[in-house]
Write a protein that binds this ligand. Sequence first.
Ligand code: SF4
Length: 69
Amino acid sequence: MTLLPSINLGDCAGHGDCVDIAPEVFTMDGDVAAVIGSGPDDLLLQAAEACPSVAIVLSDAQTGEQVYP
Ligand code: SF4
């Protein structure tokens, strides 16, 4: 499966944990995170699970189905 990350901006509290874990995928854009790239599924999952606000949404790139959370 190939996962696509997105940020639920209403939930993002700007902790920056996702940037620490996957700086090639996430960056800070002011007070919230933004997606700037992609990465291996296990890294995306690790970042999503580390987000204290559960603001990272992962979807199946083929079906569009939400995989996490
Ligand atoms: S870890 Fe979650 S709340 Fe923190 S900046 Fe990243 S997406 Fe936003």
